[in-house]
Design a protein around this ligand. Structure first.
Ligand SMILES: [Zn+2]
Length: 113
C-alpha cells in the first residue's frame, strides 16, 4: 500500500503550488503514471479524497496519463518497449536490461483558480 505515501506527496505538492500561486482552489491535477509503477489510479483517488478533505484541493479532478514502459539494454544501450514478459534486447538479444521509463508517478501540471 505505497499509494498512501505517494498520494500524501501529491496532496502536499498540490497545496504548496496552489499556495505559491495564491489560488483559492485546486481544480484539476494532471498526473503521469508509468505502467510499471504498480500504482492503482482508483486507489490513489480513494486516498486523495480522504487526504484532500477540508483543504483547497478537495474535489479536485485527478487525471491520469499512462506512460508505456521502455527498457534499456545494458549491453548495447538500445531503448525499446518490452513485449509480454520477455525482456530481451531486440538488437543484440541481451537479457541484461534496465527500466528506462514506466516506473514514474509525478504531477505533470496543476489547474487552480
Ligand atoms: Zn542490446
Amino acid at each position: 500500500m505505497h499509494e498512501l505515501t505517494v498520494t500524501e506527496n501529491i496532496v502536499n505538492i498540490a497545496l504548496a503550488k496552489a499556495g505559491e500561486a495564491q489560488a483559492n482552489k485546486v481544480v484539476r491535477i494532471n498526473l503521469v503514471i508509468g505502467e510499471l509503477s504498480g500504482f492503482v489510479p482508483d486507489c490513489i483517488q480513494f486516498y486523495f479524497d480522504a487526504l484532500s478533505k477540508d483543504t483547497i484541493a478537495e474535489r479536485a479532478a485527478l487525471h491520469f496519463e499512462s506512460v508505456q514502459a521502455q527498457l534499456r539494454c545494458r549491453n548495447c544501450s538500445a531503448v525499446f518497449q518490452p513485449e509480454d514478459t520477455v525482456w530481451s534486447c531486440p538488437q543484440c538479444h541481451g537479457r541484461s536490461v534496465e527500466i528506462h521509463k514506466g516506473r514514474e508517478l509525478y504531477i505533470d501540471s496543476l489547474e487552480v483558480e
